[in-house]
Design a protein around this ligand. Structure first.
Ligand SMILES: [Zn+2]
Length: 75
């Protein structure tokens, strides 16, 4: 039992809104997922005030391009 019980991050296929996510730079389809909490100033900057300031990002395994989504997914 260590501090980190989960497996090391592994790139995986991602679906948002029922559509397979594909890197918009290199067209790769495996991503590392992460979560971020936006500061309210940042949320305001993006016109997201009033939304839960949580975001999920998917980093392309191949080129590192970040694809941001608000979380949880609003489908
Ligand atoms: Zn890519």
């Amino acid at each position: 039992m260590g501090l980190f019980s989960s497996k090391p991050p592994q790139a995986q296929a991602v679906q948002r809104a029922g559509i397979d996510l594909k890197c918009d730079h290199c067209a790769h389809d495996l991503f590392f997922q992460g979560e971020a909490q936006l500061h309210s100033q940042v949320a305001t900057l993006f016109g997201l005030e009033g939304w839960e300031p949580n975001a999920t990002y998917y980093a392309c395994e191949r080129c590192g391009r970040l694809h941001w989504f608000r979380s949880p997914e609003s489908a």
